[in-house]
Design a protein around this ligand. Structure first.
Ligand SMILES: [Zn+2]
Length: 643
């Protein structure tokens, strides 16, 4: 047992650069050892009560999570490559030990013998989740089955790697005469010089392909690009996907589920596989009108150039979407960015969230950080220190290139404070408004991590909620980055003028254009992810065409095979619906706030205490019902689409 139960733990002190690698190694080794010790103590029968058994296990899990967290974070952000490599090794060690423990029959038997009736509801919930983890890994199956499960898991890893490699290596190129690239921005043209034979090479990499599909006036160039872009990974990935779906199905059945989708959905808010197609249908239905309306606007604009066009497909859609936004919405991105100076935006984000959740951020001037760009703050609520956050917001060599929240420690009451990091890649000068929205989104995850950092059990600490709910708090906080009154508190140009409310309104209208057909495209992808796993069709091209016809507003382009390059079929498997699921709930949560006073403390504090603070201690559906006073519905999402 921890002897520090009535003391407030102190934040970690990170080491200086020269001692960093040794510190990382030591912290990871200690964490793994704590997990091994916990397993040994449990198997030796040290626990005399069920609660004590869970406490021993939780100490081990804190060690695992501490090792995984710093390993993962510093493998992505540390400026020293040697430290990044050691971080990667630490993550692999944690995964290896995790698999070993999950398949340890003797350890499982200790938990299976515990009497849940002797536990309080939180501890009983922990026992239930722990047993579920073990069973999903297959620990309670016979030796032969477990050997087969191990074999399948190894095969799945190899197939996943091969699948991604085929997408990376399957990069396509087109070669274009420079005069056919009219419409592309000058900086893009400067980066794509004419080669000796008088042609320009354009690859399917996003920074190449997306501008060509969006801006190139020559329809045939766009058509050539789509032909290579939507064939990445084809044909190699078709048989691999077939194998992937079969093996996942077999694995799910071996551990007691009817389908892979049931297995995957079993620990999510949606609960069961068959609810996924119902959700997809529901979204398709609510987005129908909005999708048709905006698609028809694109089609009308296409007909100005091509009077006999009867439909708009992937060759024309990105180009005309951009054109309509430019011609019909009065938003000049060059003007917008003059209001978003990075330093002011960062201060504004902290002010807005401090006011909303009644938090205080105190800069930690003497904090040791891994790069001079990183800033640290202690977060407190009503005078009590909750945890520490680090903001690592600018790009540098070797750093993670996307935007995400990382954990340093999970907050466990009496043991350790929650600490987390926001990792982004913004300019130090003026920002795009999209970046501001991203910053608010990611901060939504970070504040969730900190506010849920007084957990009784580490299993429920921080963002430990169902995986299809996890984006709801971050998507919700984006709303504050679209509110004129909120933006005017920090979005001020060099002359000291706040951003005009009518400019924000125009930005929002431009952003909202196409939300219906975007939802339909997302449901097309979600349907592929679900039905490919459930039906396991022999001909994936035929199945793609059928699902595209049913859900997408944009028809299939002949001789393309987008499924072969759809990387999320590996990572999300049958659950690509999750982001939209979170969005539906985020819109419903937002409906509880007063649009004229987004800072109303009663609502904001209820949200903080009822949705964020519990972390994974209760089911997300129950948290949402508590906050809204009713179960969540599609109404707010539908109203938003209809606007
Ligand atoms: Zn997110």
């Amino acid at each position: 047992m921890s002897q520090a139960l009535d003391q407030t733990p102190a934040p970690l002190s990170l080491p200086a650069a020269d001692g960093f690698a040794a510190w990382l190694d030591e912290r990871c080794a200690a964490g793994l050892q704590a997990a091994r010790d916990a397993a040994d103590r449990l198997k030796a029968g040290e626990a005399t009560t069920p609660d004590q058994a869970l406490r021993i296990w939780d100490e081990g899990m804190i060690g695992m999570s501490n090792a995984a967290s710093v390993g993962s974070l510093f493998s992505e952000v540390h400026p020293d490559e040697a430290v990044r490599t050691r971080g990667e090794a630490a993550v692999q060690d944690v995964q290896k030990l995790g698999t070993e423990l999950q398949l340890d029959r003797e350890l499982y038997d200790v938990f299976a013998a515990l009497d849940a009736a002797a536990l309080d509801p939180q501890a009983a919930r922990l026992l239930d989740k722990t047993l579920t983890d073990f069973r999903r890994a297959g620990v309670d199956r016979d030796d032969e089955t477990r050997a087969r499960i191990t074999e399948i898991n190894e095969q799945l890893t190899v197939i996943g790697q091969e699948f991604s490699k085929n997408i990376r290596d399957g990069k396509g190129t087109i070669r274009v005469a420079p005069e056919r690239l009219d419409g592309l921005p000058q900086d893009w043209l400067d980066e794509h010089p004419v080669e000796d034979d008088g042609l320009v090479t354009v690859t399917t990499d996003y920074p190449d392909a997306i501008p060509v599909r969006t801006f190139c006036k020559d329809r045939d160039v766009r058509r050539d690009m789509v032909a290579v872009f939507l064939n990445q990974g084809y044909p190699k990935n078709e048989p691999l996907l077939g194998e992937l779906f079969e093996l996942r199905e077999e694995l799910a059945r071996l551990v007691g589920y009817d389908t892979w989708a049931d297995y995957d959905a079993g620990v999510k808010m949606i609960g069961k596989g068959s609810a996924i197609p119902e959700f997809i249908e529901r979204i398709a239905e609510v987005s129908q009108e909005s999708a048709e309306r905006d698609r028809d606007i694109l089609l009308a604009r296409l007909r100005v150039d091509h009077p006999d066009a009867t439909a708009i497909d992937g060759v024309d859609f990105p180009y005309y979407e951009e054109l309509v936004r430019k011609e019909q919405y009065d938003v000049d991105a060059q003007v917008v960015r003059t209001y978003f100076d990075f330093t002011r935006v960062r201060a504004g984000l902290l002010d807005v969230t401090a006011r909303l959740f009644d938090l205080t951020y105190t800069p930690v001037e003497d904090a040791v950080v891994w790069d001079p760009d990183v800033t640290a703050y202690d977060v407190s609520l009503a005078g009590e220190t909750l945890g520490r956050i680090y903001l690592d917001l600018h790009p540098r060599e070797g750093k993670y290139s996307h935007a995400a929240q990382f954990t340093i420690t999970d907050g466990v009451s009496g043991t350790q404070l929650p600490e987390g990091v926001l990792v982004c890649n913004f300019s130090k000068g003026l920002m795009e408004h999209d970046d501001v929205v991203t910053l608010f989104h990611e901060f939504g995850h970070l504040v969730h991590h900190v506010l849920a950092g007084r957990a009784h059990w580490s299993r429920f600490a921080g963002v430990a909620t169902e995986w299809d709910f996890v984006e709801a708090p971050s998507q919700l906080l984006e709303e504050w980055a679209w509110d004129p009154g909120v933006l005017q508190t920090f979005a001020v140009n060099a002359d000291g003028e706040p951003i005009p409310a009518d400019l924000v309104a125009a930005m929002k209208r431009a952003e909202d254009f196409g939300k219906g057909y975007t939802a339909r495209t997302q449901m097309f992808y979600a349907a592929m992810s679900y039905w490919f796993h459930t039906d396991r069709p022999d001909d994936l091209t035929e199945a793609t065409i059928r699902l595209q016809e049913r859900y997408s507003m944009f028809p299939y382009v002949d001789d393309t095979h987008m499924f072969a390059g759809f990387g999320h079929l590996d990572g999300y498997s049958s659950g690509y619906y999750t982001y939209m699921w979170s969005l539906v709930i985020a819109k419903d949560l937002f409906s509880a706030f007063d649009p004229d006073d987004l800072f109303d403390p009663v609502t904001a504090h209820r949200y903080r205490d009822l949705i964020l603070a519990p972390g994974g201690a209760r089911d997300a559906a129950d948290l949402v019902e508590d906050f809204l006073g009713r179960p969540y519905t599609f109404d707010a999402y539908g109203e938003w689409l209809a606007r």
